[in-house]
Design a protein around this ligand. Sequence first.
Ligand code: GLY
Length: 379
Amino acid sequence: MSPSLSSPRIAIIGAGIIGLSCAWELAKRGAHVTLFDSGFYPGRGASWAAAGMLAPAYEAAGEPGAHPRLFDLCLKSAGQWIDMSGAIAAVTKRDVLHSIGPSLAVAQTAEDRMQLAGLAEALNVRKIPFDVLSPGEAVEAEPCLRVGNKGALRLPTDGQVDNRLLVEALIRALESQEQVVFVTGTAPLAIAQGKIVLAGFDHVIFAAGWETASVRVGDATLGDIAPMLRKIEPVAGHMLAFNRLPDGPEMTVRSGALYIVPKAGRLIVGATVEPGETSTRIDSNAINRLEAAAHALCPMLKRATIIEAWRGIRPGTPDHAPMIGALGETGAFVAAGHYRNGILLAPITAQIMADSVLDGKTSELAAAFSPARFAAATA
Ligand code: GLY
């Protein structure tokens, strides 16, 4: 829809994958959007550090302590990726290398087998298809695997997208639209009559990942005004990239906390989980341990070379699920705390935000992810 003088003017604070996707959807529906980001290059935080996995089954179906509707949200968003990647490619003529799946979840120990049995049970309850593979069938499906593996699940719901290509394409697609503006720097937010305001804008959406509670609003922080946002906790993760070998792997393989994700020219290996950690400085011991774990799962990777190592920061929440919706009585909105699933949940988050900000609509599923669920605990 084309914008007009009466189209709503929306400020988004944070231009990571969530802010960018919200801008994409809002602009598509005719809004004027300005993205504020203090980083010199937008989208270079968690969105850049990620592996781009779109993995509802492995990340959310059997995850202990997770929000009871997280899997539903993840599965719905995974389905929306086909349209989203196609639309971005159509506008930018850039392929973001979206693969719908499958992925392989591999057991290497008796403990892994129990974890996979739990996952299989959770998938059966939800009537989500998967295949149980013997150790031999697992090697047949992905020859990079060790012959002594203890079996695997093939997960047709779990795919991936190249998150770095995606961020770059989305920025390019947004830059090509005249109703979208990028601002490098902070927004001069203020409080007026108890509401969060930004001169020249009708609505403000906060999408600053793990730093959302620290955004300045006048003399206060957003966390002072909306304490539930302090529940968003940094969770650092080390990752590395190998050069891609001509003989594989071709499929995303994962085992316990380890994952190996093939991209064009590189293989991403992740990740550590370091709650409370805000440093992006690399600990070489963590990288060595990841490399050794990758070698144990796929021995052929001993022939590969590490071409990059990094440490990103996820925005964690107590129930591993995002906060999406109106921010209490502040008049503003939030889309943050996507923890391990920021790339996966980008399309559905953008849809929920646009429905809520432009049309005042909240579906039953969206309501389950309101930040209000943490309000009582932080009042
Ligand atoms: N999505 C995988 C991770 O956060 O490590």
